[in-house]
Write a protein that binds this ligand. Structure first.
Ligand SMILES: Cc1cc2nc3c(=O)[nH]c(=O)nc-3n(C[C@H](O)[C@H](O)[C@H](O)COP(=O)(O)OP(=O)(O)OC[C@H]3O[C@@H](n4cnc5c(N)ncnc54)[C@H](O)[C@@H]3O)c2cc1C
Ligand code: SF4
Length: 555
């Protein structure tokens, strides 16, 4: 920590008489909150590095590197502006590390943390008056807007929320009418990618001494965390964030819409921006991102498609998480059981080593465990890098452990799809996503996986399970060409799909969005259904042993 401490010391200002703010790891912006509105020379910030938090789950090392480097860079940037900085390091929950600081400096202000887990941690300081929670200015919509969109007991659906918000905000609207003539161009955005137009290469960043020091720390102190660290893929300064966003606007936006759902082994990123990790840290502010894209001259399917992601999906997921207390309390009064401790997403089974977390008070639990389809299988080691023999899964998993990144369609239609078809516990799959992706925090990963990816919450806010057989994967990707299985002949994913429908038929009956597949299932010959069951058992048992599937072994 020598370099960082020295640089901080070089920029230090007199801390006396400051109004102090606690800045959590994911509020790294002076464009919102007191840092945006008040005189920097009158303010002080407290930033915390908690080893306890880092050890809570086996987080990807790239994620820890991104977080720590950005936190340190942000602290230096604020010191440069004349803000006093208190840098706290320890191996305990935030509430423990901050209590003494708040007693010494006086009550700290904090924008309402986005993560429920952090809110639970900080709760005693709020009740003792040592921490004052103020509104989080990073969100684009309010909870009142969310409630208004579903007044009268309407079901939570992203589309309805998004349509309402477009009207409320006037974004992409002209004279009260949607630009382009309709509010959503979703149905036009489903092209596979065949190599043209060329997919852009993501920018690289020059690691500086601050990044190098963080990497050293991770390699010495947190070496048993999984995943590869690639320092040159880490945007860490305010300038880096700007560079990434300029690159995204120039290279991704035009073709974003049509190829939004495409997948390819020739490009991990296609026309996706890769800004989620920085947006979730508030290095890039969502309001600015949406405003910039709305002001661009773009094909409407791309412009609307992108804005829907940030103004629609991102905000909607946040509201659903808050409104249900992280899915502990559903709107109909159902209470969902929670895990007492955080899950490791199958890390121990794969590595053979137990993941040890520090002690936590009972209020900081391991998250809700809904499973409408009673899925409770363990996540196979294939998600940690053991070869499964399924080219689609192996390629995407390799990418994730190399980079901590994947775009939404690989997350949904490869990883969640396979997990759901195998009947994996939604909680375990969510914990895996939480540790593996650099942009994952409870408010966003839980709705996306517990809800959308696995149908663990039923139709609470999605209409149907997002599952498919090989036909969809073959149509939307080039993965099958490199696979030992054939999507038309013997791909196990297709049998898994039919067996999933058969197993869950009673729970899914009556869902109009799944009625057609269920009608096809009804026509499937009994011998084929029996074979689907056998293939499921074979895939489940082979992958559970960490072994690869081979076409010649298929039942
Ligand atoms: C199973 C599953 C798990 C996911 N887990 C996460 C997660 O942990 N963290 C996360 O930020 N996103 C998550 N997403 C949403 C989405 O996959 C990522 O936001 C996106 O892939 C990030 O890459 P990008 O910045 O290149 O996105 P782009 O394709 O360029 O999209 C632009 C932005 O839209 C926003 N966005 C789009 N869809 C969603 C969504 N469903 N929820 C929230 N924001 C959205 C993101 O901020 C993203 O940066 C998940 C989606 C699925 C299906
Ligand atoms: S053939 Fe099946 S397992 Fe192989 S890549 Fe295609 S969908 Fe995946």
């Amino acid at each position: 920590m020598k370099v960082f401490r020295r640089e901080l010391e070089d920029r230090s200002t007199d801390p006396a008489g400051r109004r102090w703010i606690f800045v959590p790891y994911d509020q790294l912006s002076d464009g919102i909150g007191p840092l945006a509105h008040e005189d920097p020379s009158e303010l002080g910030i407290v930033v915390v590095e908690s080893r306890w938090k880092a050890r809570r789950r086996p987080y990807h090392r790239q994620k820890l590197a991104l977080l720590l480097s950005n936190l340190r860079r942000f602290a230096l940037e604020q010191a440069e502006r004349g803000v006093a900085v208190r840098h706290v390091v320890g191996d305990a929950p935030y509430s423990k590390l901050l209590e003494g600081v708040a007693r010494e400096l006086g009550p700290l202000r904090v924008m309402r943390p986005a993560e429920r887990e952090l809110r639970a941690d900080l709760e005693p300081l709020v009740s003792k008056g040592l921490l004052e929670e103020i509104p989080h200015e990073g969100w684009l919509t309010t909870h009142e807007q969310f409630e208004a969109a579903f007044a009268g007991g309407k079901r939570w659906r992203m589309d309805a929320f998004y349509r309402q918000v477009r009207r409320d905000t006037g974004i992409l609207m002209k004279n009260g009418k949607p630009v382009g003539g309709k509010l959503s161009f979703d149905t036009e955005n489903r092209k596979p990618w065949k190599g043209e137009p060329a997919a852009p290469k993501p920018p690289r960043f020059q690691p500086d001494e601050i990044v190098e020091e963080v990497v050293q720390l991770l390699e010495s102190d947190l070496a048993d965390h999984p995943g590869r660290i690639d320092p040159s893929a880490l945007p860490t300064t305010k300038k880096d964030a700007e560079r990434l966003w300029r690159w995204s606007k120039r290279n991704c936006m035009e073709h974003f819409g049509p190829y939004e759902d495409a997948m390819s082994s020739r490009s991990r990123t296609l026309f996706h921006t890769q800004i989620s990790a920085l947006m979730n840290l508030h290095r890039l502010l969502p309001a600015r991102i949406v405003a910039d894209v709305a002001a661009m001259d773009l094909p409407i399917a791309s412009q609307e498609g992108f804005i829907r992601q940030v103004l629609g999906w991102r905000e909607f997921m946040h509201h659903v998480h808050e409104a249900t207390d992280g899915f502990r309390q559903l709107p109909d009064g159902t209470e969902i059981a929670v895990a007492k401790t955080p899950g490791d997403g199958g890390f121990a089974r794969w590595s053979g080593k137990r993941w040890r977390t520090g002690r936590a008070p009972a209020r900081i639990d391991g998250g809700a465990r809904p499973s409408v389809l009673d899925a409770d299988a363990e996540l196979p080691p294939a998600f940690w890098g053991a070869t499964s023999g399924l080219a689609c899964l192996d390629g995407v998993v390799e990418d994730v452990w190399e980079t901590g990144y994947g775009h939404h369609i690989t997350r949904l239609m490869i990883l969640s799809n396979l997990g759901t078809l195998l009947g994996v516990s939604p909680r375990e799959l969510t914990d895996w996503f939480w540790v593996a992706y650099t942009d994952a925090y409870d408010w966003v990963v839980e709705p996306n996986v517990l809800g959308m990816g696995t149908f663990g919450l039923g139709d609470l806010f999605t209409t149907k399970p997002y599952v498919s057989g090989a036909a969809y994967i073959d149509k939307m990707s080039d993965y099958c060409g490199a696979c030992r299985f054939s999507p038309k002949r013997d791909c196990p994913v297709t049998s898994l799909y039919w067996d999933f429908l058969a197993r869950n038929e009673p729970a899914l009956r009556g869902n109009p969005r799944i009625a057609m597949p269920l009608r096809s299932l009804a026509k499937r010959a009994p011998e084929r259904r029996a074979q689907d069951r056998d293939v499921h058992a074979w895939v489940r048992d082979t992958l559970a042993k960490g072994e690869a599937l081979k076409p010649e072994d298929r039942p």
